[in-house]
Design a protein around this ligand. Structure first.
Ligand code: ZN
Length: 137
């Protein structure tokens, strides 16, 4: 099994403000997207190997990222690993007693299937699993 980083999620108060730093060091191809059901706007900053930095800005007061920012301030929010078969990975984790936030995958940004793993089971870091759209469902 190869474990690849899909993206690193960073919670920010304002994408417009935060991208200024990244633009200042040469990022010019920054794409944004609204993920309405999570109450967030996200910006993807491409890295090598199809990985990205994902800036996450809450657009509603009931967004979990709003709560995260109120509690922790801006900073690292989650790490996302790419998996070939998200259903199998979730089942394997469940069998291993891993605490899952999402027992079944849901649609994330870019229409990818994603699921979150609880930080209690990962050494304190919120972990997202991601499977490219079009894979086994
Ligand atoms: Zn993410």
């Amino acid at each position: 099994v190869k474990h690849e980083i899909d993206h690193i999620g960073i919670a920010v108060e304002s994408i417009d403000e935060s991208v200024k730093f990244y633009q200042s060091i040469g990022w010019d191809d920054i794409a944004t997207e609204i993920v309405d059901k999570d109450g967030v706007k996200v910006a993807f900053l491409p890295l090598a190997n199809q990985a990205n930095i994902e800036l996450i800005e809450p657009i509603r007061e009931d967004s979990p990222v709003r709560k995260f920012l109120n509690k922790n301030g801006q900073g690292l929010h989650h790490i996302c690993m790419r998996v070939d078969d998200i259903h199998k990975t979730l089942q394997d984790m469940k069998n291993a007693g891993v605490r899952l936030i999402d027992e079944t995958p849901r649609k994330g940004a870019h229409g990818k299937w994603v699921a979150f793993v609880h930080p209690k089971s990962t050494g304190g870091v919120l972990l997202e699993l991601s499977q490219a759209a079009g894979g086994a469902e």
